[in-house]
Write a protein that binds this ligand. Structure first.
Ligand SMILES: *[C@@H]1O[C@H](CO)[C@@H](O)[C@H](O)[C@H]1NC(C)=O
Ligand SMILES: *[C@@H]1O[C@H](CO)[C@@H](O)[C@H](O)[C@H]1NC(C)=O
Ligand SMILES: *[C@@H]1O[C@H](CO)[C@@H](O)[C@H](O)[C@H]1NC(C)=O
Ligand SMILES: *[C@@H]1O[C@H](CO)[C@@H](O)[C@H](O)[C@H]1NC(C)=O
Ligand SMILES: *[C@@H]1O[C@H](CO)[C@@H](O)[C@H](O)[C@H]1NC(C)=O
Ligand SMILES: *[C@@H]1O[C@H](CO)[C@@H](O)[C@H](O)[C@H]1NC(C)=O
Ligand SMILES: CC(=O)N[C@H]1CO[C@H](CO)[C@@H](O)[C@@H]1O
Length: 363
């Protein structure tokens, strides 16, 4: 077995070398690409490691997709602050973290997010977070793009790992929380410190204020572009899409549509069954889009090249690029971000049936 896996690796290596789509560094201009999990530039802020599979330059300014890998911490990951021009979305890829948010003088909210949970932080909403579990990974989607410049500026160092370790298991003991004086000097990065904010510590069953619906019932997406929503995994709205291939299904779970983003972007998860290249429809959308695989295998064809993406891999599809995709194994899921309001997710939702399950029909 050892010999045969060595052989297939030796065969794959030159194939990957011929690929025009796979990259190991995120491009600094708009082009189709796929980047494997934990590749590309990474920076350390204390014991947190930040990676940027999609940047402002790579997306023509549309959005930034970033990952934060960190051990559990007894401190906030950042002091409370808000952004005036960036809509920040927190998605839990693995582990656990707590998110606090408050818009204006409205009631402060907090939730403990586990894998697949989501919290939205629109412009002008005060927020902060704390990493709670070892091997936690937060996925951030920030619109418009370019917000990564903040993390480059705050970085203590570039993070490198020849073994692609998510983060350094030996704590540096350097603070992961930039000081009050540092955070107060970041307005040019659209960071406005809110140092009088006191994070509430009264969460019961992962939520406060008391009575918040958190794994006890349905979570709606926000009804406007001012307020963010907290959506527990599989408790948000769901749409069942059955494409042109009979017996092939996708379940779309939106977090943000054009209504919430003022037309700027859409964000959702898409869960799909095993498909085939023969029945995968050919698609094209005006806005730039990215997929981050969460489960299974997602196979994407563009520019006459087929790439197979596994958990944590990201593909970037420029607007007006013709592509197709399908699920490679029994259960496949990806996070989908799209520029504008007519992305893949809302287009399928418009052609879906009402559905109340995270899984698809049995036949
Ligand atoms: C919150 O702020 C708004 C706008 O400034 C004000 O009209 C409202 O009375 C305030 N509400 C509370 C409960 O303080
Ligand atoms: C970190 O990496 C970036 C880009 O890869 C490079 O420009 C920068 O000089 C590096 N910084 C350090 C301190 O090595
Ligand atoms: C960090 O703190 C731990 C626990 O006190 C200690 O064992 C470790 O040596 C420290 N690491 C560094 C790099 O100072
Ligand atoms: C939360 O609300 C429930 C129902 O009203 C009540 O029984 C419980 O004591 C409250 N818990 C806290 C910590 O306030
Ligand atoms: C894909 O291949 C077809 C047939 O070989 C060719 O006509 C077409 O130009 C190619 N498209 C791209 C984007 O390379
Ligand atoms: C895609 O084409 C449409 C129609 O020509 C155009 O409006 C849009 O800006 C294009 N998208 C990108 C990302 O260039
Ligand atoms: C940040 C950003 O791109 N905001 C845009 C969102 O959409 C509104 C309405 O189209 C624009 O006015 C904003 O500039």
């Amino acid at each position: 077995m050892r010999f045969s896996s060595f052989t297939s690796y030796a065969l794959l290596a030159p194939l990957a070398a011929c690929s025009s789509i796979w990259v190991t560094e995120v491009p600094d201009y708009v082009r189709p690409y796929a980047i494997p999990q934990y590749q590309g530039r990474a920076v350390s802020i204390g014991d947190q490691v930040y990676r940027f599979p999609v940047t402002g330059p790579a997306s023509g300014g549309a959005f930034t997709l970033l990952g934060t890998n960190a051990p559990a911490s007894t401190s906030l990951g950042v002091l409370p602050h808000l952004h005036e021009r960036h809509y920040e979305n927190f998605f839990n890829f693995k582990g656990r973290f707590q998110l606090w948010s408050q818009y204006g003088n409205e009631t402060q909210q907090t939730r403990i997010l586990g894998p697949g949970d989501y919290g939205g932080v629109p412009e002008n909403t005060i927020h902060t977070f704390q990493i709670l579990d070892p091997d936690t990974e937060m996925t951030g989607i920030i619109c418009p793009g370019g917000f990564e410049d903040l993390f480059y500026a705050l970085a203590n160092a570039n993070y490198t790992s020849s073994t692609l370790s998510p983060y350094n298991p030996y704590p540096s003991n350097a603070s992961s929380t930039p000081s009050a004086s540092v955070i107060s000097q970041l307005t040019s990065f659209d960071v406005y410190a809110e140092l009088s904010f006191v994070e509430r510590s009264d969460a019961v069953n992962g939520a406060a204020p008391n009575g918040s619906v958190w794994r006890t019932g349905a979570n709606a997406i926000s009804s406007d572009s001012i307020h963010g929503a907290f959506i527990a995994k599989d408790y948000g709205p769901k749409y069942l899409y059955s494409g042109p291939a009979k017996g092939s299904y996708q379940v779309i779970q939106p977090f943000v549509t054009g209504l919430q983003s003022a037309g700027n972007y859409t964000l959702s998860t898409i869960t799909l069954d095993k498909g085939s290249s023969a029945t995968a429809p050919t698609l094209s959308f005006p806005g730039h889009a990215a997929f981050e695989v969460l489960d299974g295998k997602v196979i994407v064809n563009m520019l006459n090249e087929t790439v197979e993406l596994l958990s944590g891999d990201v593909v970037f599809i420029p607007g007006n690029t013709t592509y197709s995709y399908y699920g490679g194994v029994a259960y496949n899921k990806f996070l989908h971000i799209s520029q504008g309001e007519v992305g893949l997710d809302v287009t399928m939702m418009a052609d879906s049936i009402s559905w109340d399950s995270p899984v698809w029909p049995t036949s």
